[in-house]
Ligand binder design. Structure first.
Ligand code: ARG
Length: 560
């Protein structure tokens, strides 16, 4: 619909670009003011006329296609009224591909997400990256792109040095077999407790000088040197912890195109840095540490003992991925606290002579807050993702029993977590509460899933579509609202893609479900004289909601 209005405005001689029109076009607060409204203030300067006059003039001059019923000027606004008959006809004709567009043909989008650290359990912060990244992949694929999901495991770094020390000292083999995540966490926590008393406050971890941290650094060095015994332990830790991660990915139904350890890019990174040193782009400190100057400050890219650091690996990985995929865009989905790291990374790549920095995006997200919830899942001061999921599923099960409804507790629980995470814009914090996540009557995953099941039940009961001729002349306001909302789905998906913001789709899903429920309460379907139309409308709603939830990674149920 918007496209049609843009065309009308262009034909009327308005020379603004489509993006600008897109930003300007409003949805009026009430239907008396039309379905879309174009404010004419912006034209006033160029035409040297009052905006009211411009609106008046345009309203007279504009020629309307059949999709638009009428256009009216109201003050400085030009109000468009969509032809509801034609819109309703279109909406009931949609199919399962509704919303898909071939925008990204042959274009690759790399999405670096989830990326937990080996040896540590996935904490609640990783949930946001995992759920957001998965949703972005779905959105890009839906729009015809080829999205490549990379799980960049933090399989190297001081925390692994620590774990190797702890593994040698305190490992309980049976416990590792039974519950790898828990045993590794126990080892890590025990190490940290020992180390804690020796730590010098205010000194960066890298520069800590005490017996425990030094032992961890030693192990890390041994690992880099390829020491067989250390390597074996490292492999074991990595394998065990991947088992734990995979359990969570299965629960969340999240897939990656590739899972790759950060450590694999050590050599690539170092080679690039050595070249930069030769070309005098990078410089060496007296102690051997290598840095580049970014924004007038030294940024170290290789440690004094010539071991790689977080940024060394990322330099190597970015260059390799560009070679491998020749991507249109690469999006890193992490906590906003890594903003500085990625800002510097992108600048350093440019300094090093790579020309793809402008294709790199850091999508930083806010924190998940648990407020005053009592969390029985606290272990070693972190909230474990697996525990949150299990607890939500458990609570969903109880709720389903209490309401004596059907429904798969796992789908409801996982959907509830995904929805509460995705309904906030990435940049905003998420306030997690079980009460809200599982509120079947509120702005929640279960509420939306329930609306879907309700629609399915109507279709099931009807058995087959009523073939009587549909009369589009007397649509009521509930039907019109639902028709309009359904028809805006493709626009929402595109906007979500452009702004890397699945919350637009989450909020859309909720609003759509709400309008459906209003319709459901006001308009009988089966046996009504409008049955033929209403059944098709219910079915179009189902298709649209299913697609919309699919993009969030939330599963629907036919019965609930
Ligand atoms: N492993 C890191 C963490 O848990 C995130 C890695 C993000 N990706 C990257 N290419 N640096 O914080």
């Amino acid at each position: 619909m918007k496209e049609i209005i843009f065309q009308i405005l262009k034909k009327a001689g308005i020379t603004l670009k489509e993006e600008e029109l897109e930003k300007l076009l409003e949805i009026p607060p009430s239907s008396e003011l039309g379905d879309y409204s174009f404010p004419c203030f912006i034209l006033s300067k160029k035409e040297k006329k009052a905006p009211d006059k411009i609106a008046e003039h345009l309203a007279q001059k504009i020629k309307l296609p059949i999709e638009i019923e009428k256009v009216e000027n109201k003050g400085p606004y030009l109000n468009f009224f969509v032809n509801k008959k034609i819109l309703a006809e279109k909406v009931i004709g949609i199919n399962a591909n509704f919303g898909k567009l071939p925008l990204g043909k042959n274009k690759k989008i790399v999405i670096d997400f989830s990326a937990p650290n080996v040896g540590k359990p996935m904490h609640i912060g990783h949930i946001r990256s995992t759920i957001l990244g998965d949703s972005l992949m779905r959105i890009y694929n839906f729009l015809g792109y080829n999205s490549i999901g990379v799980n960049y495991l933090g399989d190297i770094g001081l925390h692994l040095g620590k774990l190797i020390v702890a593994y040698e000292l305190w490992l309980d083999k049976d416990a590792l077999k039974k519950n790898p995540v828990q045993e590794l966490l126990r080892l890590y926590v025990k190490f940290c407790a020992k180390e804690k008393s020796k730590i010098t406050e205010g000194v960066e971890e890298e520069f800590q000088d005490n017996e425990w941290t030094n032992r961890a650094k030693e192990k890390l060095k041994l690992l880099e040197l390829g020491d067989k015994k250390t390597e074996k332990i490292w492999h074991d830790i990595r394998k065990s912890s991947e088992k734990g991660f995979n359990k969570v990915y299965e629960m969340l139904n999240v897939d990656f195109t590739e899972t790759v350890g950060q450590s694999e890019f050590s050599e690539h990174g170092k080679k690039i840095i050595t070249n930069a040193l030769m070309n005098k782009i990078a410089k060496s400190e007296k102690d051997g540490a290598i840095y580049v100057e970014v924004d007038g400050q030294k940024k170290f890219i290789l440690r004094s003992n010539q071991t790689a650091s977080y940024i060394t690996y990322d330099i190597g990985a970015a260059v390799e991925r560009n070679k491998k995929y020749n991507f249109e865009k690469m999006i890193y989905v992490t906590d906003f606290r890594q903003k500085d790291h990625f800002d510097k990374l992108f600048k350093i790549l440019t300094l090093l002579g790579y020309d793809f920095s402008d294709k790199l995006i850091h999508l930083g997200f806010g924190t998940i807050k648990f407020g005053n919830e009592i969390i029985a899942t606290r272990k070693g001061d972190i909230i474990l993702l697996e525990d949150v999921l299990n607890k939500t599923i458990e609570k969903a099960e109880k709720e389903i029993k209490k309401r004596k409804t059907k429904g798969d507790a796992e789908k409801v629980g996982v959907g509830a977590v995904k929805y509460i995470v995705l309904k906030s814009s990435p940049s905003a914090d998420v306030q997690f509460s079980w009460e809200q996540a599982l509120n079947f009557e509120g702005d929640s995953g279960p509420y939306i899933q329930y609306s879907y099941a309700r629609a399915s039940s109507i279709i099931r009961k009807a058995g087959k579509f009523n073939k009587s001729k549909i009369n589009f002349d007397n649509l009521n306001s509930h039907e019109i609202n639902l028709v309009k909302k359904i028809s805006s789905f493709p626009e929402i998906v595109q906007k979500a893609e452009e702004s890397l913001n699945p919350s637009l789709i989450a909020n859309y899903s909720f609003e759509l479900a709400q309008l459906f429920n209003e319709f459901y309460h006001a308009c009988p379907v089966i046996g009504d004289e409008s049955e033929a139309f209403r059944l098709r409308l219910v079915d179009a709603f189902r298709t649209t909601l299913k697609n919309s939830l699919y993009l969030l990674g939330i599963e629907v149920m036919e019965e609930m």
